[in-house]
Design a protein around this ligand. Sequence first.
Ligand code: ZN
Length: 210
Amino acid sequence: MTFSITSDTIQSLNTEAKPRVSDEEMRQAVRTLLIGLGEDPDREGLLDTPKRVVKALQFLTSGYRESLDELLNGAVFTENASEMVLVRDIDLFSSCEHHILPIIGRAHVAYIPNGKVIGLSKIARICDMYARRLQVQERLTAQIADALQGLLKPQGVAVVVEATHMCMVMRGVQKPGSWTTTSSMKGVFSEDPKTRQEFMSLIQHRPAFH
Ligand code: ZN
């Protein structure tokens, strides 16, 4: 039998707070994987591996069990500022949804307030929340921008993510040194080339991992 699941359905399934299998069932699945890979899951070095893998994966996807409300904890303030706020070089560690392999990179996030500002550390926390899910880089970028747009209704939001994908570097096309850049521009960043240009020139730099 074939089930067709839309991407919307997958998103809502993924964001359910309660996992539908137990930790023990997950550990058994990792054990099965190890056997499938030709390993002996009972040898000393691997005895605790299923437990560790499950814990690590739960941490790397902990963003499903967080919400913007909880994360912000009221840290949106009324402020008469109208200059660009930019947080650049926010480290990002995510996992690709196609291979569950790391995506490593940086985000640069800017907005121009329209009466409301957000605690700067919260911008990094928002990036982490979406990064700690199974992702594609395009969606991660859009989700960060949408979150800020929804929370602050600013004059504009700009998000650029630069990342390298281990599924491309370590396997598949094996292209170490390949970087993918994605962006999401809203409001004045999308409408006004000068504002966008100012943002782009502020985030110019050499790649950090070279
Ligand atoms: Zn991948």
